[in-house]
Design a protein around this ligand. Structure first.
Ligand code: PMP
Length: 396
């Protein structure tokens, strides 16, 4: 039977990692990976996470099933973090959270829920978007379309985006990145979020907001601006949240699917369906990562420590963005790459062409995705002058 199975090429980023590992250039730089790196180039376990894990090990009493929605204590911690401590939506019982295996698991829950409970609705994603959005939504059987997001000059194409949103069939689902747009790094201003809200209301769209990088842009509260604006002005929306980046829990698969409904009764109806979707996918979510997050957020001391560490990561990324542009100034390239200083999150559409990316890899051992997407966290003060010189060379 298996003789008819075709082999498919591996993930482009995995191929990049392999090529990087084989490269013997002592100055090589990896800007391809999708995880945070500290100044030493490692993806560390946060100290608050280590402490929470030690407490868990001591206090944990069972490994029994946790239930399809996961631990309600986890939801009680994540909901105010996403929607705001004083959110009237929470006070009205209009929102709830279903723990999921990472943000990816939450996206699949959303997709399966839309497919089974809102049949016929199309789903719209930004062009470009995180490639897995395409895979997840199509695998769930949804009709996928794209709206423009980045123009040919490597700028946020907000006019194009808004014009396209105005054409979306009434009632379709629109996927929005809450902050730190992956892959481009271009985020919406407050004013632009207000414009999006208006179109969402006019077209009666259902927003599915992907919130994978809360705290990686401008701050935990600041990054939630768009999510909260929509939630406070709409009756219904879906939000997928991830603790992979902001708690550094990548492999523990910790996220949640947040649903906001018109009233408590409708929320409970949606929630009951979400439990079925979860059960049919994986029964119960993994517990460990969410238990760590709960342990941290329920303790004032650990939460303060975690916030401090998150701020360190964010400040490092934003500092590197500024330093990158500055390092290019002696070559007269600071204006050309000024966008890197303005973008937010780990990723940047640098504007480097596929040919320039190839040259950077072959001649300088600098690795990034051919779209010109760089992981800014792969930079360090030590390699910035080398990277700037190489970029100047491929701009000649
Ligand atoms: N959405 C976006 C935009 C992402 O970049 C990612 C991770 N790369 C995710 C969702 C999912 O993250 P995870 O499943 O690791 O929590």
């Amino acid at each position: 039977m298996f003789e008819q199975i075709q082999r498919v090429p591996g993930d482009a980023i995995l191929g990049l990692i392999e090529a990087f590992n084989k490269d013997t250039n002592p100055n090589k730089v990896d800007l391809g990976v999708g995880v945070y790196r500290d100044a030493k180039g490692t993806t560390p376990i946060m100290r608050a996470v280590k402490e929470a894990e030690a407490l868990l090990l001591k206090n944990e009493t069972t490994k029994s099933y946790i239930g399809s929605h996961g631990d309600p204590r986890y939801g009680n911690m994540i909901l105010p973090m996403v929607l705001g401590e004083d959110s009237p939506i929470l006070a009205a019982g209009r929102a709830s959270a279903t723990q999921s295996p990472g943000g990816t698991g939450a996206l699949r829950l959303a997709a399966d829920f839309i497919h089974s409970q809102l049949p016929g609705k199309g789903i719209w994603v930004s062009d470009p978007t995180w490639p897995n959005h395409l895979g997840i939504f199509q695998a769930a059987g949804l009709k996928l379309s794209k709206y423009p997001y980045v123009d040919a000059e490597n700028r946020l194409d907000f006019d194009g985006m808004l014009a396209a949103l105005k054409q979306i069939p009434v009632g379709d689902v629109v996927v929005l990145h809450a902050c730190c747009h992956n892959p481009s790094g271009f985020d919406l201003s407050h004013e632009q979020w207000h414009d999006v809200l208006k179109v969402v209301q006019e077209r009666e769209l259902l927003p599915l907001v992907d919130f994978a990088y809360q705290g990686f842009g401008d701050g935990l509260e600041e990054d939630a601006f768009g999510v909260r604006l929509l939630a406070e002005n709409l009756d219904e929306m879906l939000i997928t949240s991830s603790c992979s980046k902001n708690f550094g829990l990548y492999r523990e698969r910790t996220g949640c699917m947040i649903m906001v409904a018109r009233n408590n009764e409708q929320m409970e109806n949606v929630r009951s369906q979400m439990a079925i979707v979860a059960r049919e996918n994986y029964s119960n979510p993994p517990a460990h990562g969410a238990a760590i997050v709960t342990e941290i957020l329920e303790s004032a001391e650990l939460a303060a420590q975690w916030r401090e560490e998150l701020t360190e990561m964010r400040d490092r990324i934003n500092g590197l963005r500024r330093d990158f542009v500055e390092a290019l100034a002696p070559y007269g390239l600071d204006k050309k790459y000024a966008c890197v200083g303005e973008q937010r999150g780990m990723f940047s559409y640098t504007g480097l062409t596929p040919e320039q990316v190839d040259r950077l890899r072959d001649e300088f051992g600098i690795y990034m995705v051919r779209s010109g997407r760089a992981n800014v966290a792969g930079l360090a003060n030590e390699n910035l002058p080398y990277v700037a010189k190489a970029i100047a060379a491929v701009n000649d």
